[in-house]
Write a protein that binds this ligand. Sequence first.
Ligand code: PMP
Length: 437
Amino acid sequence: MNSATLPPNSLFDDLVQQDRQYIWHPYSAVDSPAPLYPVERAEGARLHLSDGRVLIDGMSSWWAVIHGYNHPELNQALTEQVDQFAHVMFGGLTHKPAVRLAQWLVEHTPDGLAKVFFSDSGSVAVEVAIKMALQYWQSKSQTSKHQLLSLRRGYHGDTFSAMSVCDPTTGMHHLFNQVLKPQIFSQSPPCGFDQTWQEHYIDDFRQQIETHHETLAAVILEPIVQGAGGMNFYSPVFLKRVRELCDEYDCLLIADEIATGFGRTGELFACNHSGISPDIMCVGKALTGGYMTLAATLCSDKVATAICQGEASVLMHGPTFMANPLACSVALKSCQLLVESPWQARVANLAATMKQLLAPCASMNHVAEVRVLGGIGVVELKNPVELAKVQDKFVQAGIWVRPFGKLVYIMPPFVIEQADLIELCEQLVSVVAAIHD
Ligand code: PMP
């Protein structure tokens, strides 16, 4: 019997039952019967469930676990730091892990980003980025510049300002309309990553920025890959044009690299595909190699200086667990491991293997498109999948894949063994083949 098809045992069942008694899961109902799978341990690119089944991980725990689970050097970074101190407040105190990590980020992110603000999660990093943009214009006494221009199909997190710039149709706007600030939206980039560039692709964006620039503090977008809003890959020229138009119309550019950062798209940061620098940039997720929650918002000297010369004279934010030393230590080690590793070759191999092995899906009647960029493979179906049913099929096939809506997608850890990558893709194709409209 394949280890992935072992019958559940009582520990597994007890945990699931107790979980259902007490816990909310992401975007879930407390009385949801959706399947749940307790994890006992995880190693490399494999998740070991409490009932003994072993799954090949296709998700990197939502983009984060690039070096695989239970990595000895990341474990060591964490234990060495915990022996010194786990946390100190960041008001009035500092420490080596934060300083070294900030230095690494400034040295490796696009030119011009010079100052780092640490926070707890991606959504909060986006809140901080928006606050920076608003304070920037306040300090220049241009208070009419208080709105944001975002892209349809964008996703930037679940807190309120972040929600206000998520796609207005598929996001959560209608539920929170009375609280969310109305923002401006441009069409989702109408050009694929490899598509030959035509200038009319930027027309709608140009029109929005031309019309609204007097009230716009900033443009916010996910560079090159729109993630949770539709796994849309778009042309680097689009991003170049956005940068040019932001300069022309005096709007700041916020790049949300929370999903795309740290090599996932084939460049260290997705902005590098276009050779542009944003004024403000958010990173999170893979920052700590998926070990703990930590995010950062970087900005240029121009932005930082203006904020500090403004009425408030300080940036108005300061989370309790800002720059947590455990998180910074493991993040620094993760960043160092990444640039010391052959990550470009690994991501190129992920891309080549996924392109080849996911291709059979493209000819299935119920599949709209198959696309691959860097370490991201997407099978877009014509209709949304029934998650509860499909999820169990993936687990029975021995792979961990978590579809949403019409999208079945994988972004495996960079260190996945080739045999596991092949098995992951082949099993994905056979599960997708068995999904009927
Ligand atoms: N921005 C982007 C592009 C994201 O993909 C996400 C998370 N999926 C966020 C922001 C929010 O990050 P977090 O879940 O850590 O709050």
